[in-house]
Write a protein that binds this ligand. Structure first.
Ligand SMILES: Nc1ncnc2c1ncn2[C@@H]1O[C@H](COP(=O)(O)OP(=O)(O)OP(=O)(O)O)[C@@H](O)[C@H]1O
Length: 285
């Protein structure tokens, strides 16, 4: 059974279509949702977290229907969600904040609840900061705190909206590690702009562009879509759809490869840029 199933889901805000005809079955694994700004990632994840209802189509989460109030409560007990902008109470301590979320999640018995709060704070490495106020925590610690509250009650489905955004490389590695070794092996759906998150963490990647799914497969399959369409040269090549200067000082080109250019092995990043048609030449010089 899928952990999450979207059948022909549509959502508009005013006249702006955020999602159109989305069909997606998410199985137990780590699935990355990749897409440019405004692609509809947050809208999709909010639906998966029961925060938002679709205008059209059907959605089932953990085998239940979120449109039904009783089933929605049941789903919420079994999922963890890190929203794009977690609303922290800045004067709460880390412990009190997670404890508060645990109360909302209906973990009523105090001793069991406090054990659970300590467990998730330990897991994300915040044991020594448990009694510090949130306003005194670093950005990376706050991201880990957001993850801690999502892990309460060992969720079967974990939804992470750009959870690695703003983290430095070391913190990002640490965050990925925490996601990939979760003992209960929940189904994870994570949105990101970072193709390296996808390569490092995800068994499956779904590319969402302008509210529709443009690719669904493994990261290696995504990279392979750019086979024979990437080449490297000392100079800019106007024939390329997208070009940028690499740290080695050469230009990397993506598009219809000219016959005189030698193709190089594509990365997930190349394929994603080719698919999204992003014009990054502005940041090339
Ligand atoms: N509450 C809202 N009211 C009005 N328009 C909205 C609302 N939420 C999303 N939108 C619009 O829906 C579209 C999809 O937005 P969404 O936030 O889902 O994209 P995203 O892929 O998460 O983008 P980002 O990477 O920038 O977070 C955008 O055009 C956005 O402006």
């Amino acid at each position: 059974m899928s952990s999450l199933s979207l059948e022909n889901v549509g959502k508009k805000f005013g006249s702006t279509p955020a999602l159109a005809g989305v069909r997606l079955e998410v199985e137990p694994s780590v699935t990355g949702l990749l897409g440019p700004n405004g692609a509809g990632k947050t809208t999709l994840l909010r639906m998966a977290a029961t925060v938002l209802a679709p205008d059209s189509g059907r959605i089932r989460i953990l085998g239940r229907d979120p449109a039904h109030p009783h089933e929605r409560v049941e789903i919420r007990r079994r999922l963890g969600y890190v929203p794009q902008e977690p609303g922290f109470y800045r004067n709460f301590t880390a412990f009190d904040f997670v404890d508060y979320v645990a109360v909302l999640k209906d973990i009523a018995e105090r001793r069991r609840r406090h054990d659970e709060v300590r467990k998730v704070l330990d897991y994300v490495g915040l044991r020594d900061h448990a009694h510090q106020r949130i306003k005194a925590l670093s950005g990376g610690m706050r991201q880990r705190l957001a993850l801690a509250q999502a892990l309460l009650g060992d969720p079967e489905l974990l939804i992470l909206d750009e959870a690695t955004a703003g983290l430095d490389p070391e913190q990002r590695l640490r965050f990925r590690e925490m996601i990939s070794v979760l003992p209960q092996r929940p189904t994870v759906l994570i949105s990101t702009h970072q193709t390296d998150d996808v390569s490092a963490l995800c068994q499956r990647v779904v590319v969402l562009i302008a509210g529709t799914i443009r690719f669904d497969g493994t990261p290696a399959e995504l990279a392979a879509t750019a086979s024979d369409r990437v080449w490297v040269d000392a100079d800019r090549d106007e024939r390329a759809a997208v070009s940028w200067r690499t740290s080695a000082g050469q230009f990397r080109h993506i598009g219809e490869r000219p016959a005189d250019a030698q193709s190089v092995t594509p990365t997930v990043d190349d394929a994603y840029l080719l698919l999204s048609g992003a014009d990054i030449s502005a940041r090339s010089s």
